[in-house]
Design a protein around this ligand. Structure first.
Ligand code: ATP
Ligand code: MG
Length: 556
């Protein structure tokens, strides 16, 4: 799909099962699905599930559906529906046919609920929330049967119809599956399968005031879509019993090769939160600028930050798919993007903390043009033009009046090489009242251009620079991890683990070639890191660059 994607087909326990199912003839065609709830933006954890489900469909010439599990109208939003589609496409995947919604099946789900009632396997229960909890029992103690459990089917049918018609209040009653109040699996203790909600739904409008519960909906939606391998995360392991019970009791789903569920461990990433509830909290309390804030672990945030789809796919490949709990090092994600950008990102120079340099012996009044490689070891990427003149900017951190040999940059009375240009020597400097250096006066050696590094001079240090009269002003947003703790999920609130320095904004300059930098196009700003223009705030009038990831080491 892209230069970055590994050629190797991943191997994991789910693919092994699929291999067996194809070999035994249980299935002839693989059908998977990715089933997000449209109640937030997708994050890097979802990317793992997307790469798994769509990746399997692709490698086995099967199909993968995109299905919104939209059974909670109050928490859902059409903005999420749209962003999720955009993110899946951006990641490089195409779902089979039209986007699907569980709400497409509300009529069928209702009919299946009626079927269960008719079979004496579901009843309308009038216990209130507190009583229902009380009757449910605990992990150590069995529950008690609801007094409504033995209502005759005909009566339940009438009551369920009254629910549908809006003749009961929200919370007054609910439809429950009649399974086993003593089951060691809590999800089997007569779970609610339909509840009353007088809520407008983004797909079905005001047609319904009863909505099916997720567990009832999910398994039936999978079965309706003939999903062969229903892949989900481990927290749904127990629920599999309920899913099987529902399908076992519906006439339409008796095929021996119907949907089966397989669970894998979810991705946890260091210094990152994956809970949509907590991410939503960050957004609504404006602790970040939005779901696509470049510090967010969302696909939209990573993209805006400068991560490529290929690097995210590569990351998902490297972490693998198992049933083991895990906390993946952030360095793994960084490595994927660095490897790609080191190879493909054009080089450029930007000075983040500018300080003026005046080359006093430079003869020309106007700048000269120097050709520089776009990439140090990729000739096919061509060259770019750099202006060089009497006045330049270098980074304030690259100059010291006095320093030991470890400091291989510009020191008073010593030489340094300007990247792509000449060797200069610092002669004297101006300072402001606080003693900060404001201007460095230098001389240059006109013989050293283009001879780097083999001009026989013992100049170790190389620093980057930007010519002053052609420089473009730019804002640089330097991001650090959003949380101070490796596993922020174990803390009660986000506030106690938020990194106050997750964003540092610097105002500097960039070489003129960057004036028209396109959003999301990565550059390596030499000696600083990989950056891209911000897709929301950057324009040719106001350049804003996001730090994607720092360089592991600089060329100097
Ligand atoms: P919430 O945080 O609201 O509980 P969720 O993260 O489970 O929700 P869904 O929209 O239900 O969000 O997720 C869609 C799919 O993505 C599910 O199959 C889910 O198992 C998978 N998924 C979600 N988070 C992760 C994760 N961290 N790692 C791998 N898969 C994930
Ligand atoms: Mg979920």
């Amino acid at each position: 799909m892209s230069h970055m994607d590994s050629e190797v087909r991943p191997s994991n326990f789910i693919r092994n099962i699929i291999d067996e199912d194809l070999e035994s003839g249980k299935h002839t065609q693989v059908q998977t699905r990715f089933p997000p709830e449209p109640n937030g933006y997708l994050h890097i954890g979802h990317a793992k599930s997307i790469c798994l489900n769509f990746g399997i469909a692709k490698d086995y010439q099967g199909q993968c559906n995109l299905r919104f599990d939209d059974t909670n109208p109050e928490k859902e939003d059409i903005d999420y529906v749209n962003s999720i589609q955009q993110d899946v496409s951006w990641l490089g995947f195409q779902w089979s046919g039209d986007v699907r919604y569980s709400s497409n099946y509300f009529d069928q789900l209702h009919a299946y609920a009626v079927e269960l009632i008719e079979k004496g396997l579901a009843y309308v229960c009038f216990l209130n929330g507190e009583q229902t909890r009380e009757y449910r029992g605990t992990l150590k103690e069995p529950g008690k049967n609801s007094p409504y459990r033995d209502t005759p089917a005909a009566e339940n049918l009438a009551l369920f119809e009254k629910m549908r018609k809006g003749e009961f209040k929200e919370g007054e009653c609910a439809l429950r599956a009649k399974i086993d109040m003593a089951s060691p699996f809590m999800c089997m203790r007569d779970p609610i399968i339909y509840r009353i909600r007088f809520a407008h739904h983004h797909q079905t409008g005001d047609k319904w005031c009863i909505y099916p519960m997720y567990d009832f909906t999910h398994c039936i939606s999978d079965a309706i879509e003939n999903i062969t391998h229903s892949i989900c995360t481990l927290e749904f392991q127990d629920n599999r019993r309920l899913y099987d019970w529902v399908l076992d009791n519906l006439n339409d789903f008796q095929a021996p090769n119907r949907t089966r569920q397989y669970e894998f461990s979810r991705l946890n990433l260091e210094y990152t939160l994956m809970s949509k509830r907590k991410l939503n909290d960050l957004v609504t309390r404006k602790l970040v600028t939005g779901w696509d804030d470049p510090r967010m672990p969302t696909i939209a945030g990573l993209r805006r930050r400068g991560y490529t789809a290929a690097s995210i796919r590569e990351f998902c490949l490297r972490i693998g798919v198992t049933k083991q709990d895990n906390l993946v090092e952030v360095g793994m994600l960084d490595a994927c993007i660095r490897e790609e950008l080191n190879e493909y990102a054009p080089r450029a120079m930007a000075v983040l903390r500018p300080i003026k340099v005046i080359i006093e012996n430079y003869p020309n009044a106007t700048p000269e043009i120097i050709n520089a490689a776009v990439h140090p070891n990729k000739e096919d990427m061509g060259t770019r033009q750099l202006a060089f003149g009497r006045e330049l900017f270098i980074d304030a951190e690259d100059f010291k009046e006095e320093a030991n040999k470890q400091f291989k940059r510009l020191v008073m009375g010593k030489e340094v090489r300007l990247r792509n240009a000449y060797v200069i020597k610092a002669e004297r400097c101006d300072k402001d009242e606080q003693g900060n250096v404001t201007t460095i006066y230098c001389t240059y050696d006109a013989d050293t251009l283009g001879k780097n590094p083999a001009d026989g001079r013992k100049v170790k240090g190389v620093i980057h620079w930007v010519e002053a009269s052609t420089a473009v002003a730019a804002e640089f947003r330097l991001y650090d991890r959003l949380f101070t703790e490796t596993n922020p999920a174990v803390f009660e609130t986000v506030d106690e683990v938020l990194n106050p320095n997750s964003l540092v904004v610097l105002h500097g300059v960039a070489e003129a070639n960057l004036k028209h930098a396109k959003a999301e196009q990565a550059y390596q700003f030499e000696r600083e890191g990989y950056f891209c223009a911000d897709s929301k705030d950057s324009s040719s009038d106001r350049l804003v660059f996001n730090l994607t990831v720092p360089l592991r080491d600089s060329f100097a």
